[in-house]
Design a protein around this ligand. Structure first.
Ligand code: HEC
Ligand code: HEC
Ligand code: HEC
Length: 246
């Protein structure tokens, strides 16, 4: 019944980070098992090998640097021509940057809390939102009421959602400005900086948007990354205005 990792992509990614998972504690394994799937990934090279972009770390900056070095794009933006990235579901990476990971709280602590089955104490295998089960998911560690814990989650998620919307309007303005620059006759050379900023702004937004806790797994880090996204989108807009032909 020992926890184990079977997926090659995680084994390879941990090895690249100098981590020997066979030496991991049981508590670490209670997150690594989830990191087999709840992560960012891409298909590397002609053989399309499933790979996690973790060579430099788990932050948005580290993953972006990995992709830039590899020269990767998932798609080309039809309107701006920017080489875009698409983030999948980086729960493990975002959780890694937060206070719960720092305090040794695993994915399973919240998503598979201990429950009693007769005389036995087992981990709940109904893996779901902890908001469906706050008493067992949160209250073993937190002294507040269920309602208070729920409100803390919802407050974080509302703030994160507001920042996501702010980033989206900034990205739309950047796209419109780049399209106007293209129409005015700006060349690919003129546009390269604006396109690179568009790629960055959307990648930083997507690092939070594609993550499924809406900021809860790491509230301050999610807000930090979205602030950068908004800044890059506005920089893209300003750069596009600068290269628009009069
Ligand atoms: C083999 C891949 C895989 C592993 C390993 C895995 N998950 Fe998932 N998980 C998924 C997929 C795929 C979905 C989406 C399922 C769907 O939408 O029907 C999902 C959905 C979820 C959901 C949302 C469930 C809901 O009610 O909608 C939670 C929470 C979750 N996983 C947590 C975890 C945790 C915690 C672990 C580790 C203990 C884990 N998962 C391990 C693939 C995986
Ligand atoms: C401190 C508790 C806690 C820890 C630790 C934690 N989560 Fe979560 N997770 C939550 C909460 C709270 C939500 C938001 C649920 C909601 O919005 O309904 C969430 C949301 C999710 C979702 C989306 C669930 C849904 O219903 O859509 C997934 C998937 C998920 N977490 C996976 C993980 C994985 C994988 C890890 C470890 C890398 C992890 N979580 C660590 C508390 C936690
Ligand atoms: C296994 C213990 C454990 C579980 C389970 C747990 N937490 Fe925590 N939580 C902690 C610890 C430890 C801290 C950090 C406290 C500190 O350092 O001051 C923390 C901090 C927090 C914070 C403050 C975050 C911040 O950025 O300062 C919130 C909010 C929170 N938890 C909510 C939850 C919710 C909601 C759940 C259930 C879904 C949950 N926790 C489950 C141990 C846990």
């Amino acid at each position: 019944m020992a926890l184990r990792i079977t997926r090659p992509a995680l084994i390879n990614a941990l090895k690249e980070r100098g981590i020997d998972w066979t030496q991991a504690t049981r508590q670490e394994m209670r997150s690594y098992v989830c990191a087999q799937c709840h992560v960012e990934y891409y298909f590397k090279g002609d053989d399309k090998i499933l790979t996690f972009p973790w060579s430099k770390g788990y932050t948005a900056e580290a993953i972006e640097a990995h992709y830039d070095e590899y020269g990767f794009r998932d798609w080309t933006h039809q309107e701006t021509g920017a080489p875009m990235l698409k983030v999948q579901h980086p729960e493990f990476e975002v959780w890694s940057t937060g206070i719960h990971a720092r305090s040794g709280v695993s994915c399973a602590d919240c998503h598979m809390p201990y429950v009693r089955e007769g005389a036995l104490k087992v981990s709940d295998h109904w893996i779901r939102s902890p908001l469906q089960n706050i008493a067992q998911a949160c209250l073993p560690c937190h002294q507040q009421s269920e309602e208070e814990m729920k409100q803390r989650v919802l407050t974080i998620q509302k703030r994160t959602a507001d920042l996501l919307r702010a980033s989206e309007s900034a990205q739309l303005d950047a796209i419109d400005a780049i399209v106007a620059a293209i129409k005015s006759g700006a060349t690919d050379a003129d546009l390269s900086k604006a396109r690179a900023l568009h790629r960055r702004a959307t990648f930083y937004w997507d690092y939070v948007a594609a993550e499924n806790s809406t900021g809860f797994h790491s509230p301050q880090e999610s807000a930090r990354v979205l602030a950068l996204s908004i800044n890059y989108a506005r920089q893209a807009q300003i750069e596009a205005l600068r290269v628009t032909k009069k």
